[in-house]
Design a protein around this ligand. Structure first.
Ligand SMILES: [Cu+2]
Length: 295
């Protein structure tokens, strides 16, 4: 029995190529057209950014997904095209035997490297935009202290030159209050182990490390309350390290600080906050060691 090479119907191949090109272009256009920031689908699963800085992160996320999807559609198209175009048509035929194709091999080695370089470049560009701390007018600074296993929020020189603080205790989740349309810098401090301060709605998180001061700033543009958490597995009660962020008007922000100060939550300097065991006692400011400075 003799083996023969497949016969290729020229018209069918041309139609298939056109169909592939049309589907690649069509799906790319659908993805590009769907990208806004209103629905979860448009944001490709990312939470809605409520800060100016978060918009840049969302752009990077969407851009990366568009590039990946366009690449995916082209690759899937080529796979299915090859499956269809070079299928066995007769019992007694063998498929075309290609040992190597140098131009193609150079292409699929070089092109992914170029893609990685482009992704890397965009990532660094957005990171520099979001974390840029030069020539940024910072309106407020909050010292965020992560200690096992609770958060303490310090507002230095907030009321009559004194530091105002808020701490979580036991089952009380602490609330971080910041004003809308103002740039607030978070100075991150830890007296014990590595924690990680993050707010999904702000599309940012950063390690809170002992002996390594970190900071970043946000400019919230929408009023509301947003959930935050510790993103670093930091010990036995890591899961308790929840907090809320409330974005309020400037007047409400000042009123909040006055209320906290009137309730006695003041110190000379930003404090480290109580230990987990101490925090179980309650929110009484008299139980807090205000001498333990965490600057
Ligand atoms: Cu933690």
């Amino acid at each position: 029995m003799s083996l023969r090479l497949p016969e290729r119907p020229a018209g069918a191949a041309r139609r298939l190529r056109r169909l592939m090109l049309a589907s690649a272009l069509g799906s790319s256009l659908i993805v590009l057209g769907a990208c806004g920031s209103d629905s979860e689908l448009e944001r490709l699963g990312m939470p809605k950014p409520v800060t100016v800085e978060g918009e840049h992160t969302l752009d990077l996320w969407q851009g990366a997904w568009i590039a990946a999807l366009v690449t995916g559609v082209i690759v899937w198209g080529l796979i299915f095209y090859a499956i269809w175009r070079f299928r066995r048509r007769h019992e007694d035929e063998i498929p075309v035997q290609t040992r190597y194709n140098l131009p193609l091999e150079i292409f699929y080695t070089v092109f992914p490297i170029i893609m990685v370089i482009v992704f890397f470049d965009h990532t660094i560009r957005v990171q520099n935009l979001v974390l840029n701390d030069e020539n940024v007018a910072v309106d407020n600074t909050v010292y965020v202290v992560g200690q096992k296993w609770q958060w303490t929020f310090n507002y230095p020189e907030a009321v009559d030159g004194e530091n105002v603080f808020a701490i979580g205790a036991g089952n009380d989740i602490p609330t971080l209050v910041i004003p809308v349309d103002q740039t607030t810098r978070f100075e991150l401090r830890s007296p014990d182990v590595i924690h990680d301060f993050g707010v999904p709605g702000f599309l940012i998180k950063m390690d809170v490390m002992p002996g390594q001061p970190n900071h970043f700033q946000v400019t919230p543009k929408e009023l509301g309350t947003y959930a935050g958490k510790c993103y670093e597995l930091c010990g036995a009660y890591h899961s308790r390290m929840l907090f809320n962020v409330t974005v309020v008007t400037q007047e409400e922000y000042e009123a909040y600080l006055e209320r906290q100060a009137a309730a006695g939550f003041t110190s000379e300097k930003p404090i480290c906050g109580p230990t987990y065991a101490e925090a179980q006692v309650g929110l009484d400011p008299d139980d807090v060691d205000v001498e333990e400075v965490c600057e």
